[in-house]
Design a binder for this molecule. Structure first.
Ligand SMILES: [Zn+2]
Length: 467
């Protein structure tokens, strides 16, 4: 649920009040949208203004595509995946309305236009239509299906990132999200066999993954919990010093799970770098300089093997004597210690500790609670983030490193500028704006899901013939 802290403060009215009135008229009546928006000045337009959000819903939000995505059917008729699906609305006054459901996407659109919510969330498919839940027995109203979802938020990186804090995000901290997407996308596809993943920018400083595979949607809560528990490597909360425990191994070294090995890269000095080792050098050592400050390098020293007291205290003296030594140089010092310790201690003690440090600083930090329950509500793709005015757009995982949320996620103000140029028809506005590639990304995703549903239905049909 939205908290007061995530909502924008009271906004000054747009400078051109006349234009504001025209837009209001347009929403209520049939006045010419182009004329109304043309009067708006992009530099003063507030993307989170309720009237602006209303116009976004009316002219730009791709309701039909959202329906197709949630419907997960081979045809265009509404299935239970849509009609029995919960929608929750957060109104402009913070009121939170749960258990809404709709027979068609047109009904959903109509209600969104009537309520003009600050945002809306998507929940599970229930045994009955959520709006009728009071007419069925309490015990028989249960969630039965829901995309498996993952949530990654920059908040969980606050103790690592040095460029921003709190609600801030920049291109540099997006790098943490990008490597998280790269690693999780590979794990979900390779280790679990999921195929239909939709990654969606959360509008401020995080990303969601929605998995639409039939098997993923049917997962009961304990299976969701097991998967996210398996994917979670960083544990222990803010107060824990060491947050990674992936086993120590014996004298022959340790056998990391292949998924972690793939993410890290090859063992030892000659091993090829995986995404995490690359991220450690590029983000942690070079860009963020996480070990330059005394606080930063003391955290690193605390993660080095406790059994190597002498080497660790030598490092401490060296770094205390030259506090501005770069993070890259400090990590080189650690590697030199590992090499001097001899092959056995290097393999059994230093290298596992160093790999754990790489994992602790770069492995995806998942907000596990979001994934564990089928009935967790999650903000719908394509809604507008109330604090930033940015649209929650899908992100191609293959291009996630190049994505810059501040440059590439459109704001409502930018989209209206596009609309204004094109004089679009109501309901198909997005095609004329910077929203188009993102809607097409969702359409492509839907096609993959629908194709598979078709194949499955055909197989079921053949099964029934087989008597
Ligand atoms: Zn930053």
């Amino acid at each position: 649920m939205a908290s007061a802290a995530t909502l924008p403060a009271a906004r000054p009215p747009p400078r051109d009040l006349d234009a504001h009135d025209k837009l209001a008229l347009d929403v209520e009546g049939d006045a010419d949208l182009d004329r109304a928006i043309a009067a708006f000045d992009e530099s003063t337009m507030d993307s989170a203004d309720p009237m602006v959000v209303m116009s976004y819903y009316r002219h730009l939000l791709p309701f039909r595509q959202l329906f197709t995505w949630l419907n997960r059917a081979s045809g265009s008729a509404p299935s239970r995946n849509f009609t029995h699906r919960e929608f929750a609305f957060t109104l402009q006054n913070e009121a939170y309305l749960r258990y809404n459901s709709f027979g068609t996407w047109e009904e959903l659109r109509k209600e969104v236009l009537r309520l003009n919510p600050a945002r809306f969330e998507i929940g599970p498919v229930y045994t009955a239509k959520p709006k009728d839940r009071k007419t069925v027995q309490k015990t028989s109203f249960k969630p039965v299906s829901r995309e498996f979802v993952l949530d990654i938020d920059m908040t969980d990186y606050d103790e690592i990132r040095t460029c921003c804090s709190g609600k801030g995000i920049c291109r540099r901290c997006w790098a943490f999200i990008a490597v998280a997407v790269e690693v999780l996308d590979a794990a979900l596809r390779t280790d679990f066999g999921f195929r239909h993943l939709l990654w969606v920018y959360s509008g401020r400083r995080g990303i969601h993954c929605w998995i639409s595979d039939e098997e993923a949607c049917a997962l009961p809560d304990d299976a969701r919990k097991a998967i996210v528990g398996w994917l979670e490597v960083i544990k222990g909360g803010a107060s824990a010093v060491k947050k990674v425990d992936v086993g120590s191994g014996g004298t022959s070294g340790r056998n990391l799970h292949p998924s972690l090995r793939r993410a890290l890269g090859g063992e030892g000095p000659g091993g090829a770098s995986g995404p995490l080792k690359r991220a450690f050098v590029d983000i942690i050592l070079t860009d963020q300089e996480c070990f330059r400050s005394a606080e930063g390098y003391n955290r690193l020293l605390a993660l080095l093997p406790a059994s190597e007291q002498e080497a660790v205290s030598k490092l401490r003296s060296k770094w205390d004597a030259s506090p501005s030594r770069s993070s890259l140089d400090k990590w080189q010092d650690v590697m030199d210690c590992a090499n001097r310790a001899g092959e056995l201690r290097s393999r059994t003690t230093w290298r596992p500790a160093m790999e754990d440090i790489v994992l602790q600083y770069t492995y995806p930090r998942i907000d596990a609670e979001v994934s564990k329950h089928m009935n967790h509500l999650l903000k719908a793709p394509f809604v507008v983030h109330p604090g930033t005015g940015r649209v929650c757009v899908p992100v191609d995982p293959a291009k996630v490193h190049a994505f810059d949320p501040q440059r590439d996620a459109p704001t409502v103000a930018q989209l209206f500028k596009d609309l204004n140029r094109s004089r679009a028809q109501e309901g198909q506005g997005w095609e004329k704006t910077g929203l188009k590639p993102f809607v097409q990304m969702l359409e492509k995703h839907c096609k993959g899901v629908a194709d598979e549903a078709r194949v499955r239905n055909r197989a079921k049909g053949l099964d029934q013939m087989d008597f």
